[in-house]
Design a protein around this ligand. Structure first.
Ligand code: AMP
Length: 253
């Protein structure tokens, strides 16, 4: 496995490869990331994982600073899961001085997560398009855990005629039902107990019932979202940690 830091290096590393699979990530790898790596490994000749804590998708500097980072551990996980190239650029490589061009998926990015994090999906769509342009993958791998992110990226790919196939893998959960997330590490034991209300509420697949079960938590939203597929999605705050999760209500059309 190669760890590269510049756009020139990653372009050189993928040049001449057959089918390229890209897994965009922010690091702090867990089994959710592993499942994306393995799927890409099974379907592509060359697997690239990008590891970049994208500052433009964070609303606050505090949240950005608190995001877990462990590049050495991530490199080991990626290698074991069959990743060929890890692209871990410094911020200035992707956002050099003078950067001012954004991808804005207008309506979709204004609902649910976007209503609570107004610039989040602008950052997500922009970094994804940049990574697609840099790596030129035939396939890009995303988790259903971030259902609205998938919808935003899919819309962007269609609207801007990006030649990439999106592959979406099911949400990987811990033994207690909590969806794996890099943010889970921030939960105290007591907070984690309380956070379990989230998967339990969503498992009802009923928005009204889910709201009742989440009554003791600080809820940002619990809503049926007509994405593809349709989901019951929720975001809650447990202490300082904000968690999102969703369950699929209908199979993909
Ligand atoms: P992140 O590093 O959190 O930005 O996530 C990178 C990719 O992994 C995104 O496509 C996420 O949707 C996906 N992902 C994160 N957590 C999970 C999970 N528990 N199950 C499946 N995919 C996940």
């Amino acid at each position: 496995m190669r760890l590269v830091r510049t756009i020139a290096e990653v372009r050189a590393a993928v040049g001449g490869a057959g089918t390229i699979g890209l897994v965009p990530t922010m690091g702090a790898f867990h089994d959710g990331h592993r499942s994306l790596f393995r799927a890409a490994r099974g379907e592509c000749d060359l697997v690239v994982a990008s590891l970049f804590v994208n500052p433009t998708q964070f609303e606050s500097g505090r949240d950005l600073d608190a995001y877990p980072r462990d590049e050495a551990a991530d490199a080991r996980v990626a290698e074991a899961a069959g990743v060929d190239v890890v692209f871990a650029p410094p911020g200035a490589e992707l956002y050099p001085d003078g950067f001012q061009t954004w991808v804005d998926v207008e309506q979709l990015a204004a609902t649910l997560e976007g209503a609570h994090r107004p610039r989040h999906f602008r950052g997500v769509a922009t970094i994804c398009l940049k990574l697609f342009n840099i790596v030129r993958p035939q396939r890009a791998y995303f988790g259903q855990k971030d259902a609205q992110q998938v919808a935003v990226v899919r819309r962007m790919v269609r609207d801007l005629n990006v030649d990439v196939e999106l592959r979406v893998l099911p949400t990987v959960r811990d033994h207690d039902g909590l969806a794996l997330s890099s943010r889970n590490a921030r939960l105290s034991r007591e907070e984690r107990e309380r956070a379990l209300a989230l998967p339990r509420a969503l498992a009802t697949k009923n928005a009204a019932r889910a709201r009742e079960l989440l009554a003791d938590l600080d809820v940002d939203y619990v809503e049926v979202a007509d994405l593809d597929p349709k989901v019951l999605a929720a975001a809650v705050r447990v202490g300082e940690t904000r968690l999102i999760d969703n369950v699929v209500l209908e199979e993909e059309r």
